[in-house]
Ligand binder design. Structure first.
Ligand SMILES: NC(=O)c1ccc[n+]([C@@H]2O[C@H](COP(=O)([O-])OP(=O)(O)OC[C@H]3O[C@@H](n4cnc5c(N)ncnc54)[C@H](O)[C@@H]3O)[C@@H](O)[C@H]2O)c1
Length: 392
């Protein structure tokens, strides 16, 4: 693993909070880190970490996602003046050109994030996700020495995976194929964009890789599975782990689309942030490449299994309703993260039970919801969740 070397004064690599080796640029002499979509769930978790590590941070966000203004407020209360928020839109090329000025690293998370809303308004989805990303890339291309970029793509670029035969095992689907069952879906899967969201994110994913190839912009693409954690305002359309927990805490019904045996790998935000830092620290080796990022085969859950876990945490069964399958819903998606692991040493540290418990606690605290405090350690939770390992 090599450090990033862009002539801006990097230090030597040293272990990070999770034991990964990360760049020691905790008090960088260069400019701020720019997080486009930085008031969102993932952006806030990253901003918090960067600010704790001594960076200055610039957030660029139009605050269109309901709830995210609370994230911006929380960051301000927690970190004071070492960051600024530019309330602006990625469809505004001039605002992006202004925002990238003098920055050292860029993370691009701003997006229309849901398949459902992309079906309702494909043009808006295209404008934000595809055109907005090209605006950002053009802004970077106009800079003399472009800062490095990490872009968050999605597993949806691999389509519905209908050709991956699955079998039913208890309350989940599992692939027949031993290799897929053991390692998950790798980056060698053919791209197969489903839904306007899949198309717009997939196009952006390809533009980022091509700007690395054609214009030498140092850039890495993460094709991400389900991410969950504090600061997530999950809805029925996106952020299902948080959404299920919120519904259950509020005593409102959860709708399961399909039979609930769909399996996903889930990744706790803290582990994702660690991966972002590693991607930036190693960007000159990784540039121009896409990586599947998620909890991997050791951190999977079906929807039904998550509901069992929530019942365990809340002490009562959530109310569940059923509806038809949604377009493009994969029966099984688990990331094969070996490529990124080999490149950087990264691996997820927070297991499903520990992570869900932490999100549950955050939701209860921030919503002032009292109730049973799940004081038992994650390892002592007895719910039988296949494929789910207790967290560290
Ligand atoms: N959360 C997941 O499970 C997941 C999985 C795969 C990929 N992703 C991708 O990761 C990124 C971040 O996801 P998230 O969960 O933090 O979502 P989020 O909705 O919490 O954050 C996105 C942020 O972008 C902002 N935004 C939306 N449209 C904008 C626009 N036109 N201009 C400026 N800002 C705008 C929103 O206000 C929000 O703060 C997205 O690109 C998403 O597609 C997320």
């Amino acid at each position: 693993m090599k450090e990033r070397s862009n002539g801006k004064g990097n230090g030597a690599a040293k272990p990070g909070a999770n034991g990964h080796e990360v760049s020691s640029r905790e008090h960088p002499s260069g400019g701020p880190a720019l997080i486009v979509g930085g008031a969102g769930f993932i952006g806030t978790n990253l901003a918090d970490r960067l600010l704790r590590d001594g960076w200055t941070v610039r957030l660029f966000d139009n605050l269109s996602r309901p709830g995210v203004e609370q994230n911006a407020r929380w960051l301000k209360e927690t970190h004071g003046d070492r960051f600024d928020v530019r309330v602006a839109d990625v469809r505004d090329a001039a605002a992006l050109r202004e925002a990238v000025r003098g920055v050292d690293q860029v993370f691009h998370f701003a997006a229309q994030v849901a398949v459902t809303t992309s079906l309702a308004d494909p043009l808006h989805d295209f404008d934000v996700n595809a055109r907005g990303t090209v605006h950002l890339l053009e802004a970077l291309r106009a800079v003399d020495r472009p800062p490095s970029l990490v872009f968050t793509s999605t597993n949806k670029v691999y389509g519905g995976l209908e050709d991956v035969p699955v079998t039913q095992q208890c309350r989940r689907y599992e692939p027949y194929d031993l290799l897929t069952r053991t390692y998950g879906i790798g980056e060698d899967r053919p791209l197969d964009f489903h839904s306007p969201y899949g198309c717009s994110k997939g196009a952006a994913d390809q533009y980022v890789l091509d700007y690395a190839r054609s214009f030498g912009i140092p850039a890495v693409v993460f094709r991400m599975s389900c991410i969950y954690g504090p600061h997530q305002f999950g809805t029925e359309d996106q952020g299902w782990v948080a959404h299920f927990l919120i519904r259950a805490l509020e005593g409102r019904p959860i709708t399961l689309y399909g039979d609930g045996m769909q399996v996903r790998d889930v990744l706790f935000a803290e582990d994702l942030v660690e991966a972002f830092l590693l991607a930036q620290a190693n960007v000159h080796d990784l540039s121009g490449q896409a990586f599947n990022i998620g909890g991997g085969p050791e951190n999977t859950t079906s929807l039904l299994e998550l509901i069992d876990l929530i019942e365990e945490l809340n002490g009562e069964k959530p109310v569940v309703r059923h509806d038809d399958w949604r377009i493009g819903d994969q029966r099984y998606y688990v990331s094969d993260t070996r490529k990124f692991r080999v490149a950087t040493g990264w691996r997820p540290r927070v297991g499903v039970q520990a992570g869900v418990q932490r999100l549950h606690r955050w939701l209860r605290e921030t919503r002032g919801i009292s109730g049973r405090d799940p004081r038992r350690s994650p390892a002592s939770i007895s719910v039988p969740v296949a494929g789910v390992k207790a967290g560290r």
